[in-house]
Design a protein around this ligand. Structure first.
Ligand SMILES: [Zn+2]
Length: 170
């Protein structure tokens, strides 16, 4: 018998009434880049996972995160900035796509902020408007004490609740 703990999923409800599912281990992985000390630089990467399509409505309802890319030494990192420069981020998405029989794909982006309770900067929002126009995506900012989670609906970020272990059904 395996002594490994089964993975725990954290769940949040999306504005489209779908679910965001993120394994606790993946959130732990993001928290390793928390900028809790003054010398810690911003970090970031791409979110990888599966989109679950609701066939009846023909729209994406659930986002299941499975993995993420993490900073590479050629990325531009400072205390107040992170710029993806490395091809390793996209490469990781493409590898997941191939290895999962085209189930896992790009689901969004994450980065850290050197503030306790993060909110997106004006340049974050400009970047998303430019790069995620018409796309649905998950956006995560890891702060020093709490995190910011949002659903990008194609034109704007809609804040969602911090994913938790159990959602009480109504
Ligand atoms: Zn930012």
């Amino acid at each position: 018998m395996s002594m490994l703990q089964p993975p725990t999923d954290l769940i949040s409800v999306l504005p489209n009434n779908g679910y965001l599912i993120i394994p606790e281990q993946l959130l732990d992985k993001l928290h390793q880049f928390k900028q809790s000390e003054s010398h810690h630089k911003e970090a970031g990467g791409l979110l990888i996972g599966c989109k679950r399509i609701n066939g009846a409505k023909d729209e994406v309802t659930h986002f299941e995160l499975t993995d993420c890319s993490t900073p590479h030494f050629v990325d531009k990192r400072s205390r107040y900035g992170f710029l993806r420069r490395s091809g390793s981020h996209i490469k990781k998405v493409l590898t997941a796509w191939t290895n999962s029989n085209q189930l896992q794909t790009y689901l969004g982006e994450w980065h850290t902020h050197p503030e306790p309770h993060p909110t997106p900067s004006a340049s974050d929002i400009n970047e998303w408007k430019k790069n995620l126009k018409g796309q649905k995506a998950i956006l995560i900012i890891i702060g020093q004490k709490s995190d910011w989670f949002a659903y990008w609906n194609g034109s704007q970020a809609i804040v969602i609740q911090q994913p938790v272990k159990e959602i009480n059904s109504p």
